[in-house]
Each structure stands twice: as C-alpha cells, then as structure tokens.
Design a protein around this ligand. Structure first.
Ligand SMILES: [Zn+2]
Length: 220
C-alpha cells in the first residue's frame, strides 16, 4: 500500500503543521563527531547526526529530542511564506519584471538542509533551492535572492553580464547588507553576496557528505 509519501498533506495535517506528523528519521553516526548532536530536514526525512561512541540509551533520548526540535522550528515559520507554490509564483513575477520574462525555473523550492548558503541554483536543469531561513526575512530581501538565483538561469557565473541583470533589482545593496548582517550576527558560515550559490549536485549531500568542501560545519 502507499506510504506517507503518497498522502496529501492537505488531507491529513492539522492546522499549523508544516510537516508530516510522524516524519521518517535517519540516524547517522560519525567518528569525527565527538560531543555534538545535530539534526536537519532532508525532504521527507529528518536526519540526526550523532557521535559514533554515543550509547544506545542516549541515542534514543537524543533522537527524540532533536526530531521534536526540528519539527517545532518548522512550525514556527509562517505557513504561506513556506509554500513552494508561493515561491514559484513570486519567482515568475520577478522574471517578468526584471528579467525580460526569460527563463523561468523548472523547479523552485524551500530547503532546510543548507547550512552554508542562502540559496543554490543549477542552471543546467533550471532548478533553484532557497534556504528556509529566508522565509522569515523582509520580502525585499527574499526578492533580491530570488532575482540573483533567477539571473543565474541565464548567466551561470558571477561576471559583469550577470551583475548587470541582478542590478536591475532596485534594492540590491540594501538586501546584501541585510544578509551580511544576519550572517555575521548568527555566525553563519555563509559567504558574502551569495558567491557560493552555484550547485551541480544535491545540497543535502554537499552539506553532509563532503564537509571538506567549503566551510560546512555542525552546530557545536
Ligand atoms: Zn550567485
């Protein structure tokens, strides 16, 4: 029979829930990890990262606590802002307004797995991912990041041609300052000005399996 992935959220979720009530949980142990525990959502699953030497009893306790924490964090986000449909609609409006109505994303969605980027774009297949951290920021900041990623659908790198497109958006400077401020205040390992946003692979894999690539780090 069909699993949770086949169910429609609209039919089963109580008001205010942003995620399936019983998420799938994947526990990963890492020898490099000594005392820190962290968790994040990866699509349908919640991934919990534990030190290799943690006891089974502690594992049980920590997994329960970390899953609750991820779900609680998601439920605090305003629901309309978190919808992928709203994101796609806004992206379309921005392409029409600033980017000559050329090249809409093939897919655009919120992701909670990115720890070192605000967003990422894969121009080859036209997909864009936006960090849920942006959902609670002012709309003009989200718009800047959207315009930036949408411009990458036409120009892959960060060259002059690219910036000429992005700078059509009037509040670029202000939005960049806002993002840098948030990043600095929260000690997030995010490069200024979205310079690290080009992606050819899944960002969850990039964050978790290739920690040597860039400055991905767990929360200690
Ligand atoms: Zn970029």
């Amino acid at each position: 029979m069909s699993g949770p992935a086949q169910m429609s959220f609209a039919d089963i979720e109580p008001a205010g829930y942003a995620a399936p009530v019983v998420p799938q949980v994947e526990v990963r142990r890492s020898a490099r990890r000594r005392r820190t525990v962290s968790a994040y959502r990866d699509g349908e699953r919640i991934v919990v990262l534990l030190p290799a030497r943690m006891s089974k009893a502690d594992e049980h306790r920590w997994v329960e606590q970390m899953v609750q924490r991820v779900v609680a964090r998601e439920q605090k986000l305003p629901r309309p802002a978190r919808s992928d449909a709203a994101l796609a609609k806004r992206a379309g409006e921005l392409v029409d307004t600033y980017l000559d109505g050329r090249r809409y994303p093939s897919s655009i969605r919120w992701v909670s797995t990115m720890r070192t980027r605000w967003a990422s774009c894969t121009p080859s297949d036209g997909t864009i991912r936006m960090s849920v951290r942006l959902a609670s920021m002012p709309p003009w900041v989200l718009d800047y990041v959207l315009v930036h990623e949408l411009a990458h659908l036409r120009v892959a790198g960060h060259d002059e041609r690219f910036w000429a497109l992005v700078n059509r958006y009037p509040r670029c400077e202000r939005a960049r300052g806002y993002l840098d401020g948030v990043s600095a205040a929260a000690h997030l390992p995010i490069a200024p000005d979205l310079e690290d946003d080009m992606s050819d692979d899944d960002c969850a894999a990039a964050a978790d399996q290739r920690p040597a690539n860039g400055s991905s780090s767990s929360v200690a």
